[in-house]
Design a protein around this ligand. Structure first.
Ligand SMILES: [Mn+2]
Length: 320
């Protein structure tokens, strides 16, 4: 058993002082917060003369291609000689993906995360901010390093995406204060919000229209469900990741307590994303072997489309 301890920002800065070569890990299928926090941390450490390598087990989505510093390796070179492993925005060890076994074996590890979940590292800097990037900003401030426009843009990326463009329930005064500091430091606010919240493709819009065309309402609109079939994806030559955010269109219906998006992942295998409005969707996903957050969960259900829908509707009927 590893001895795990809670770690303050000041202690993190000390840990970084002692390290020369640092490995930084984003979570599997990384989002703007994980990528933004990793890059901003790397830039901070490089400013203080450290050597850093960033790792992620999945290829980054298309959106990140316009952010040139967001480059991750997908394997650790032998004899890399790292002094410190840092897991960024990873609520549990498995979020480090295929690196989890190597990470667990390494002695000197540090988690920097805002989920405040498990303490799986030797050192754990867990602060319940809206984004991990706000913890990275604390590190800059504590180390007395002013963010430049590049690092500020990456930290803003995490803030902006994890708060749903400053609109979800995690958005708070601290997030706005951090945003103000990053804006003052020259963060490219427009670039980030256009990349993550505006730009889309013609094919993606057509796919969305197919999904909306497939929208169904149950229990007087308390359950709203939509779906995307493999055929739809093939028709527009898109991959599953093009459906990210579609579930929002279901839960956005004013009567909805539960919103569901089904995406056919392989023949008769459906990936289910569920969202709740003050409604526990996690326990419904749990019954199908999935999980997540209370109001944002997912699972995978096998079967023909209509059978899968029936299973979800039946399970929801007990609590909705
Ligand atoms: Mn996050």
């Amino acid at each position: 058993m590893r001895y795990c301890q809670k770690t303050t920002i000041e202690q993190c800065v000390d840990l970084f002082k002692q390290a020369r070569t640092v490995a930084i890990f984003a979570h599997t299928r990384p989002d703007g917060d994980s990528v933004g926090a990793c890059v901003a941390l790397r830039l901070l450490l490089e400013k203080t003369g450290k050597t850093c390598h960033m790792f992620c087990d999945t290829a980054l989505g298309e959106t990140f291609s316009r952010f040139p510093e967001a480059v991750f390796a997908d394997s650790i070179p032998l004899n890399a000689g790292f002094d410190l492993f840092v897991a960024v925005d990873c609520g549990d060890l498995l979020r480090t993906g295929k690196f989890s076994a190597q990470y667990a074996r390494f002695a000197n590890t540090l988690t920097i995360d805002h989920h405040c979940g498990e303490m799986y590292s030797r050192y754990n800097c867990l602060i319940p901010y809206a984004s991990t990037c706000e913890i990275i900003l604390d590190l800059y401030n504590c180390a007395g390093v002013a963010p430049d426009s590049v690092s500020a843009t990456y930290m803003y990326m995490g803030l902006c995406t994890d708060t749903g463009n400053f609109s979800n329930s995690g958005t708070n005064t601290h997030a706005f204060r951090a945003a103000a500091q990053l804006s003052e430091a020259g963060a490219d606010l427009q670039k980030v919000s256009i990349a993550f919240f505006r730009d889309t493709t013609f094919a993606q819009q057509k796919l969305l229209s197919a999904a909306l065309g497939n929208m169904r309402s149950y229990f007087d609109g308390k359950l709203i469900l939509l779906y995307v079939t493999k055929k739809d994806l093939e028709k527009y030559q898109l991959k599953e990741n093009a459906t990210e955010g579609f579930v929002q269109y279901a839960i956005n219906v004013d009567t909805a307590r539960m919103g569901v998006a089904l995406v056919e992942h392989a023949d008769n295998v459906y990936k289910v994303s569920a969202r709740g409005k003050q409604f526990d969707v996690r326990s419904i996903c749990n019954t199908f072997g999935g999980g997540g957050h209370l109001y944002a969960s997912g699972c995978i259900i096998n079967g023909f489309l209509e059978d899968v829908i029936e299973k979800i509707v039946r399970e929801a009927s007990y609590s909705i």
